[in-house]
Design a protein around this ligand. Structure first.
Ligand code: GLN
Length: 192
């Protein structure tokens, strides 16, 4: 049975743990560098990317996680987690850093502020339609050829990717953990 970590510094950790457990995967919360050992993959949840970035530094997790990601560790970032993996962060804090593992540019709060949060059906390649919950979601505004686009959404200003993959790295701008539909998580766990 795969062991999947859920980065548990801030954000909707419990919902990811529950989704993974429903899929029959062993879910392990990760708050320290030691807890990163022996995992087959990691989920980086949504929350507040600036806070998560800060806690990654103070917890000492940043260097080890960067090293593991550079070696091909499998990771699934949702919302703030997607921001933490992206190459370019638009509308970030001046000092905002990322692991730079997905060749995409994301605009923080690109779909609007909290009050503009919305739900929309999203057609995922090979899966069919899933419910997309977008909460202060980052918008993928650019991406390189090596990025595989698994789903897009047109929220009034053209199609933008909302689920992408680049090798071992997956990123999603919505929150699949907030619905009972586990198929997006399963795409990731099936790849482990
Ligand atoms: N806008 C948030 C950020 O910049 C992400 C929102 C979310 O994860 N729901 O971190």
């Amino acid at each position: 049975m795969p062991r999947v970590g859920v980065l548990a510094l801030q954000g909707d950790v419990r919902e990811h743990v529950s989704a993974l457990e429903h899929l029959g995967v062993t879910a392990v919360t990760v708050r320290t560098p030691e807890q990163l050992e022996g995992l087959d993959g990691l989920v980086m949840p949504g929350g507040e990317s600036t806070t998560i970035a800060h806690l990654l530094v103070t917890s000492g997790l940043r260097p080890l996680l960067q090293e593991k990601l550079d070696e091909g560790f499998k990771v699934f970032g949702t919302c703030a987690g997607l921001i933490m993996l992206s190459h370019d962060i638009l509308d970030g804090r001046k000092d905002q850093w990322s692991f730079d593992k997905l060749a995409v540019g994301v605009r923080r709060n690109g779909y609007g502020r909290q009050i503009a949060s919305f739900e929309s059906p999203v057609e995922v390649k090979g899966l069919g339609v899933v419910a997309g919950v977008f909460i202060r979601a980052p918008k993928i505004v650019s991406y390189a050829n090596e990025v595989e686009v698994l789903a897009t959404l047109n929220h009034g200003d053209g199609e933008h990717p909302v689920l992408v993959r680049q090798g071992n790295v997956w990123g999603c701008s919505f929150h699949p953990e907030l619905t009972s539909d586990l198929r997006v998580h399963q795409l990731f766990t099936d790849s482990l």
